[in-house]
Ligand binder design. Structure first.
Ligand code: MRU
Length: 350
């Protein structure tokens, strides 16, 4: 299905229930093609999550929430038992291992499973609505905190990694939501968008969202980030998260920890913006976070053509863990925790 899709507000929805199916904006083909994928069965949903058709922790949480409804509908069509439907839901829940939002949102909707389809859809819609509300709140908290901390009158130069905008959430965005809020206040000079592995989420998706908003930006190679920061060209970095442990250790897109190290060395703020659904207090430290290892071909090939020598192996972790000691601020819908100064999620968000 091809259509005109516009970013620029929370109206852009990566995940949309149509009444009988789930419409996902196909994030593997943006920005050159704008297509939605109509998902009607669990296998297609699991495949879409794994291929990054839908991606970003809150967006896959919302997709998983509606996945429960898809499993119920498919079970009805194909005569599944309740146990078979639950097994299908478990496959959605496990489609990707690192973003805790997927598990949290599926489990939340499953609390209404016995009440039937209508209740499940009501809960999934609440997941979606609350995510947008959380993003709006984060935008305001993050912008207030950052402007005060950086303490300059001029607009800010911000670096971000991966895509954390409307496409990665139920709407508006987390780290990109903070950037949008700063832009609305006239306080963004430029955004450095790291291009991001494995599917160039930064150069294809973040740049597309920034362009639609008219926010000045550069796309840069991930490997350029540390140098840009150490040259003094950045006032602060803001990223999203896939899972945050009780001690503030943060799993996010591979390459994030290098950004955090460079910020620490340069003495500039490193902010993580994520809703409390991304905070996993049952996980004590980052050592316990399961980091998704993706297929070797994603780093051995370029555009489907083999680039590495025949004998080379690929190492392809999708995420890395930034120690809490490097996280200057954790922005949630409840406010900002100064993690590196000792305000730990496990003590403040319990
Ligand atoms: C608001 S999105 C937060 C994170 O999920 C995001 O920064 C990220 O790492 C996404 O990784 P991806 O592999 O594209 O799903």
């Amino acid at each position: 299905m091809s259509q005109e899709i516009r970013s620029g507000s929370e109206e852009l929805s990566a995940v949309q229930w149509t009444g009988a199916s789930l419409a996902l904006i196909d994030q593997t083909v943006l920005p050159h093609r704008t297509e939605t994928m109509d998902v009607r069965d669990v296998d297609t949903l699991v495949d879409a999550i794994q291929r990054l058709v839908v991606r970003g922790a809150p967006a896959i949480g919302a997709a998983g929430a509606y996945g429960v409804a898809l499993a119920l509908l498919q079970g009805e069509r194909e005569g599944w038992s309740a146990d078979e439907i639950r097994a299908a839901v478990a496959r959605v829940r496990e489609a990707r291992p690192t973003a805790v939002n997927l598990m949290v949102c599926v489990d939340r909707v499953m609390t209404r499973f016995d009440e039937g389809l209508e209740a499940v859809l009501e809960e999934a819609a609440a997941v979606q609505r609350e995510d947008v509300e959380a993003n709006r709140a984060m935008g305001a908290h993050g912008a207030d905190w950052l402007l005060e901390r950086v303490g300059v009158e001029r607009p800010l130069r911000i670096l971000t990694h991966c895509n954390t905008g409307a496409l990665a959430t139920a709407g508006w965005g987390t780290a990109l939501g903070v950037i949008r809020e700063l832009h609305a206040r006239g306080r963004v000079e430029v955004v450095y968008a790291d291009e991001t592995r494995p599917l160039l989420q930064g150069s294809r998706l973040t740049a597309w969202e920034l362009a639609q908003e008219g926010i000045p930006h550069y796309v840069q190679a991930d490997g350029a980030a540390a140098g840009t920061i150490l040259r003094g060209e950045v006032d602060a970095a803001i990223v999203g998260a896939d899972r945050i442990a009780a001690n503030g250790d943060t799993a996010n897109k591979v390459g994030t920890v290098g950004v955090a190290l460079a910020c620490a060395d340069a003495g500039i703020p490193f902010l993580v913006a994520a809703p409390t659904t991304t905070v996993d207090l049952a996980t004590k430290t980052g050592d316990e976070i399961h980091i998704e290892l993706r297929g070797e071909d994603e780093v051995l090939e370029w555009g489907g053509v083999r680039t590495a020598p025949a004998g080379s192996r690929g190492h392809n972790p999708a995420f890395d863990v930034t120690p809490g000691r490097l996280v200057t601020g954790l922005v949630t819908e409840r406010g900002v925790l100064e993690v590196s100064a000792g305000q730990l999620p496990g003590e403040r968000l319990g």
